[in-house]
Design a protein around this ligand. Structure first.
Ligand code: SF4
Ligand code: SF4
Ligand code: FES
Length: 409
């Protein structure tokens, strides 16, 4: 970005999504060409278009410094803070040189680029009791906690409530009642806080809710969308781990058993075997589990999707029924990770978290890079994912550069 400083103003064309629900007219695209230095922000360009050409363009903003979270939009289809997106970068990512700006997704449009945050985002934040419920008796002075214990929650505290993660959440697209990434990250902010007295109540509530923590499909969209590296999906995974491993919560949505079945299938085969996932989720690892009544019920309700997948050639009967396995040698490596986790000394209270990351490029695939690398990271410590990347086992993770960069993922 530094090279673009000092460059003279240039023309940039914006294509804005316009919509006024009160007008009764359909949404439409509106184009304006403005002139600004390339390092200026998309927000400045929208404001210039509003000042020069059309005072009715609706955009919300305040700080213009990526702090207040009010200018969330979609730039070329991706969620972004308009004030934190440089014009030259936006033009580079545009498909035809025109910067396309739309309102955020998963929230109703009030006007043009302004969405109704109250109707979705803030309602969901309220749902998770977003304040500390202090331990009793209340101390005469402030609650004292060890400094290290707060490191764990600083990442979620970096959230500016911009709604970018909500905008891109795939689970929310399918189930608008899903509590969602921002609110669940907020919930972790208190579950991870040693001063809060309601950890179990909070976790049980979010686990038993049909639209709660187990509704997340682990798609990483919120991780990519977040301008503050809050890693909402990582916080949801932490909620799940603490709920199931520490508080032994077994939820009515079968989320806990589904995860256990998933993990046991990877341990046994090195790959997910979808046909076995359902019976194991309901009936455990035993062969008889296949005949668990709830597994049968679930299977019947899934039949339309299964038939559709068969008809479209996405699965074949043999492909579904035959166990999916990786080569023996690779399977041993996968199983050694499980052995390391299972064999840990639990008396020390030390937590280990296992994460699988897909590494490498989509286009073109680098032939020599591994497809999947496993990372075993010590939780609670400030071990961080290296910026934009991954550590393989045995490598030292990079030092976090800021509190929000620190993660135990
Ligand atoms: S990872 Fe989960 S919470 Fe995040 S966008 Fe995907 S489904 Fe939504
Ligand atoms: S988690 Fe990130 S993307 Fe989501 S509201 Fe907070 S800052 Fe915005
Ligand atoms: S105007 Fe405040 S975050 Fe963009």
């Amino acid at each position: 970005m530094a090279e673009s400083h000092g460059r003279p103003p240039e023309p940039f064309t914006l294509r804005l999504r316009r919509y006024d629900p009160e007008s009764g007219e359909a949404p439409y695209w509106d184009e304006h060409t403005i002139e600004l230095e390339p390092h200026r922000s998309v927000l400045e360009a929208i404001l210039q278009a509003r000042d020069r050409f059309d005072g009715s363009i609706g955009i919300r903003c305040s700080c213009r410094q990526a702090i207040c979270g009010s200018c969330g939009v979609r730039v070329n289809g991706e969620p972004a803070l308009a004030c934190h997106t440089h014009l030259d970068a936006a033009r580079r990512s545009a498909r035809d040189g025109v910067i396309e700006i739309e309102p955020m997704g998963n929230m109703p449009v009030i006007k043009d680029l302004i969405v109704d945050m109250d109707a979705v985002h803030w309602k969901k934040i309220q749902r998770v009791t977003p304040w500390l419920i202090g331990k009793q008796p209340v101390p005469e002075r402030e609650y004292l906690v060890p400094r290290e214990s707060m490191v764990d929650v600083t990442q979620t505290m970096a959230c500016i409530q911009c709604g970018a993660c909500v905008s891109d959440c795939l689970a929310m697209e399918v189930d608008p009642l899903f509590i969602g990434p921002a609110a669940l990250a907020k919930a972790y902010r208190f579950v991870g806080d040693p001063r809060d007295d309601e950890h179990f109540v909070r976790l049980n509530d979010l686990a038993q809710d049909q639209h709660g923590m187990f509704d997340c499909t682990h798609c990483f969209k919120c991780v990519d969308a977040c301008p503050k590296d809050v890693n909402p999906m990582g916080q949801i995974m932490r909620l799940r781990r603490i709920a199931t491993a520490d508080h032994h919560i077994v939820d009515q949505n079968n989320g806990e058993r589904h995860e256990a079945a998933f993990a046991s299938l990877i341990r046994d085969n090195g790959l997910l075997w979808e046909a076995e996932l359902l019976p194991r989720s309901y009936g455990g690892n035993s062969w008889l589990g296949k005949f668990h009544p709830r597994a049968g019920k679930e299977l019947i309700s899934s039949l339309p999707s299964i038939v559709k997948a068969l008809l479209r050639g996405k699965v074949t009967p043999m492909g579904a029924l035959k166990p999916h396995r990786i080569p023996k040698q690779d399977l041993k490596s996968v199983q050694s990770i499980y052995e390391r986790i299972d064999g840990r000394d639990r008396s020390s209270g030390q937590r280990f978290e296992l994460n699988l990351y897909i590494v490498g490029e989509d286009e073109p695939p680098p032939p020599e890079e591994p497809v999947v690398a496993a990372v075993v990271a010590e939780a609670g410590a400030s071990a961080a994912e290296p910026p934009g990347g991954l550590a393989t086992e045995g490598e030292q993770p990079a030092e976090p550069t800021s509190p929000e960069g620190s993660t135990s993922e």
